[in-house]
Design a protein around this ligand. Structure first.
Ligand code: PLP
Length: 217
């Protein structure tokens, strides 16, 4: 299977308005070029430096930042990324507000939800969402366009459960009229579980190994 085959296979499993983000972390420019030639225009990276190193090679793609974002690196992403998927704390929110305000630019972000309550993962807990929303409403330079989750590893029943919980939260927030918040995107599903995610209403899937093959890190 080539990268082109892999992408076509995934596209055949996508119906309706779903965005496929090719997670290109650790992949070289020539390998990414293959994905580009197969039609990919959305790349996901989880390290700021790596994204910056690759940035100039693809002038007409949208970059998605999907990793743990350190506050001191936010400034490097301003005007470079289409969407930050990993807004995971109030401290990070405030730093994004600060750095984007300096440039008079609006950040587009997703709130990362720690739906499985895992210590090893970042993200906002369900019970902290109301307070988090208040903080977002107080911003001027941050636009929340939806939610993102990395669910705990598990079987189909467990994956379905967490994806459903995310969809419930997304739907409930969608019904409200918050300042700076539009529930456009629900980013969930990776190589191993994207079909389940789509069946539960995801509209952004983030696929790395399913496109590029097995990764060592
Ligand atoms: C690496 C990564 C992915 C892609 O994982 P695969 O198993 O390679 O599809 C998706 N989302 C995040 C946040 C990641 O770090």
């Amino acid at each position: 299977m080539t990268i082109n085959d892999n992408i076509n296979l995934i596209k055949n499993n996508i119906f309706g308005d779903v965005l496929l983000v090719a997670v290109s972390k650790t992949q070289s420019i020539p390998v990414m070029q293959e994905a580009y030639e197969a039609g990919i225009r959305d790349f996901g990276e989880n390290k700021v430096q790596e994204l910056l190193d690759k940035y100039e090679s693809f002038p007409d793609v949208r970059w998605h930042f999907i990793g743990n974002l350190q506050k001191n690196k936010v400034k490097y992403l301003v005007d470079k990324v289409y969407l930050i998927h990993s807004l995971s704390s109030v401290g990070l929110l405030k730093e994004i507000e600060k750095q984007y305000s300096k440039r008079g630019s609006k950040a587009k972000v997703l709130i990362e939800v720690n739906i499985g309550r895992e210590d090893t993962k970042g993200g906002v807990f369900l019970e902290d969402i109301p307070n988090f929303i208040e903080e977002v409403e107080a911003c001027e330079y941050v636009k929340v366009l939806g939610l993102m989750a990395i669910i705990p590893p598990g079987d189909e029943v467990s994956c379905t459960y967490y994806f459903k919980e995310m969809k419930k939260l997304w739907d409930s927030l969608k019904g409200n009229n918050y300042k700076n918040i539009t529930m456009k995107y629900l980013s969930m599903g990776m190589s191993g579980d994207y079909k389940i995610a789509l069946s539960q209403g995801s509209n952004i899937i983030r696929i790395g190994q399913g496109i590029f093959g097995k990764r060592n890190r």
